[in-house]
Design a protein around this ligand. Structure first.
Ligand SMILES: *[C@@H]1O[C@H](CO)[C@@H](O)[C@H](O)[C@H]1NC(C)=O
Ligand SMILES: *[C@@H]1O[C@H](CO)[C@@H](O)[C@H](O)[C@H]1NC(C)=O
Ligand SMILES: *[C@@H]1O[C@H](CO)[C@@H](O)[C@H](O)[C@H]1NC(C)=O
Ligand SMILES: *[C@@H]1O[C@H](CO)[C@@H](O)[C@H](O)[C@H]1NC(C)=O
Ligand SMILES: *[C@@H]1O[C@H](CO)[C@@H](O)[C@H](O)[C@H]1NC(C)=O
Length: 469
């Protein structure tokens, strides 16, 4: 199943998964009889995993919902900042696993055939959450409760489209680092295309010009090995399972650059529940880069930070999948989603510390070969799900947060879409310096920067203001 990604660059890790508490939510997760197809063509149901907690709920309190994403392990509400809010706001809590991930498999072990994957649509995903919310509100006598949906990364995209497309169910939303731009193909000028690789490169230069220069030399050497047909030599430096062919050049180089991005996404001092890395990966990578015996060895040392668990279990790492299985991303359904409603991508442009790609990124051949699907265009997606700049600007009660370390902010919403206004319902943009990818959605931990702790307080106060109306 992991090989399904061979030709597709997966350089965009969105949400990972918590490694340490897999399957141990308290109260325990349960299963809901969910329709496989909400359009009414079939009455077939599947067991949809969720976790609910009404221990703090009092009549009139809100329902705080975590929308699941592409991870194999569902997030528990008690790991998230909304757990604190529930206590203060008399709220109920609900975590919704994303269909086709974790234990929410509509066709059991046969869920990932092309035939069965066809129910993995954005409409079904949204309807799943709506059905669960409606049912749970009835169950706890909360039919009048206002619902706030929270998501980070891909699920931050989902919380945004849920609020935009289903305002009758979702009163407000937190969308942390949700992709809203960079969907393919690029039809507009380059200004629309804030680039995660450029952001990652800039961060390296800003943090350590010395290390950045070594990385740049390493990528030059790596590119020249592939370009001169000496890919075999790469195995002397990197423990790759498969050697990239010349035609895989761009995918290979982009994926290694992507690992630098993922390490920034997960750059926190402690074990972030959303990732399986610890100990400030950026600082570790910079130190190892400077200490390495050569620029190529420095690249190997950095990729090894993310790929440690894959190396330990398989003895080599699959550059095709960027070792993201080690942090819990389930590739096949995520790949399918990337070919459907998350058709975003970008290239490494000249001038960064990475190797520029030669051909523009295009997922179409991969999506056709793998799933017999032609990805929708950006315009088609926006026309159907209403997440253009204009739609986003006019949708009230959404907080869009982005973190300073996180290169995903490059293709999330743009700060200039949100003028300063005293209107407390206006959509808001929040930049959190010194924070990693979606870190604001998880509970405060020792070592969180004052900016991050304050960002969570601001989010809570904004939500309280919405609810008080
Ligand atoms: C599905 O696969 C898992 C893991 O291989 C296995 O443990 C389980 O028994 C399978 N379930 C069915 C219904 O075949
Ligand atoms: C449900 O809540 C309402 C107030 O919100 C209350 O009047 C009613 O008695 C409650 N019903 C149950 C079954 O708890
Ligand atoms: C690559 O880095 C890892 C981790 O530090 C190390 O074990 C390995 O020897 C390095 N080189 C190669 C060729 O694998
Ligand atoms: C990186 O190196 C600096 C200087 O030697 C050291 O103070 C710091 O603790 C190191 N950080 C990590 C994460 O290894
Ligand atoms: C997380 O990393 C540790 C250490 O590298 C590894 O033992 C563990 O299996 C990883 N967890 C997952 C979910 O891959």
């Amino acid at each position: 199943m992991l090989l399904a990604l061979t030709l597709l660059s997966t350089s965009f890790l969105l949400a990972g998964v918590e490694a340490q508490t897999a399957g141990t939510c308290s109260p325990a997760a349960q299963f809901f009889d969910q329709r496989v197809d909400h359009s009414g063509h079939s009455t077939r149901t599947f067991k949809h995993k969720y976790q609910a907690n009404a221990q703090f709920f009092r009549a009139g309190g809100p329902l705080l919902v975590i929308q699941g994403g592409e991870a194999g392990t569902m997030l528990c509400t008690e790991q998230m900042e909304i757990f604190n809010w529930a206590q203060e706001m008399n709220g109920a809590l609900l975590s919704v696993e994303h269909r086709y991930f974790g234990e929410s498999l509509p066709f059991g072990n046969d869920s990932y055939t092309n035939e069965n994957l066809r129910h993995l649509t954005l409409d079904n995903i949204m309807s799943d959450t709506i059905s669960l919310v409606d049912w749970y509100k009835k169950t706890i006598n909360a039919t009048d409760s206002k619902v706030i949906v929270v998501g980070g990364s891909y699920s931050g995209f989902l919380s945004m489209v849920l609020r935009i497309n289903h305002p009758e169910t979702f009163y407000g939303a937190i969308s942390a680092a949700g992709p809203a731009r960079a969907f393919l193909p690029f039809t507009d000028s380059n200004t629309e295309r804030f680039n995660r690789y450029t952001l990652a490169s800039n961060t390296w230069v800003e943090q350590s010009p010395e290390a950045a220069s070594i990385v740049q030399q390493g990528f030059k050497q790596l590119a020249s090995l592939v370009d001169s047909g000496k890919s075999d030599k790469i195995k002397d430096v990197f423990p790759l399972c498969n050697t990239p062919s010349k035609s895989e050049r761009d995918d290979f180089l982009r994926n290694i650059a992507g690992i630098y991005g993922i390490l920034l996404e997960s750059n926190a001092a402690y074990l972030n529940p959303l990732f399986n890395t610890t100990g400030t990966p950026l600082e570790t990578a910079i130190n190892r880069t400077i200490a390495a015996s050569s620029p190529l060895a420095a690249l190997n040392e950095t990729t090894a930070i993310l790929c440690a668990s894959q190396l330990a279990t398989q003895g080599c790492w699959k550059w095709e999948t960027q070792c993201t299985d080690g942090i819990g991303v389930q590739f096949t359904p995520w790949d399918y989603i990337r070919c459907n409603h998350q058709n975003f991508g970008m290239d490494v442009t000249p001038g960064t510390i990475f190797a520029p790609t030669l051909r523009p990124f295009d997922s179409t051949p991969h999506c056709r070969d793998t799933f017999n699907v032609t990805p929708p265009t950006r315009d088609e997606l926006i026309a159907k799900y209403h997440f253009s700049e204009k739609d986003i600007r006019k949708t009230t009660r959404v907080i869009y947060s982005e973190a300073g370390w996180d290169p995903v902010r490059g293709f999330s919403v743009a700060p200039e879409w949100f003028p300063i206004t005293p209107d407390t319902n206006a959509p808001r943009y929040m930049f959190i310096d010194g924070a990693s990818h979606t870190q604001d959605t998880i509970r405060t931990m020792p070592g969180d920067s004052p900016a991050l702790v304050n960002a969570r307080l601001v989010q809570r106060n904004v939500v309280r203001t919405w609810l008080a109306q």
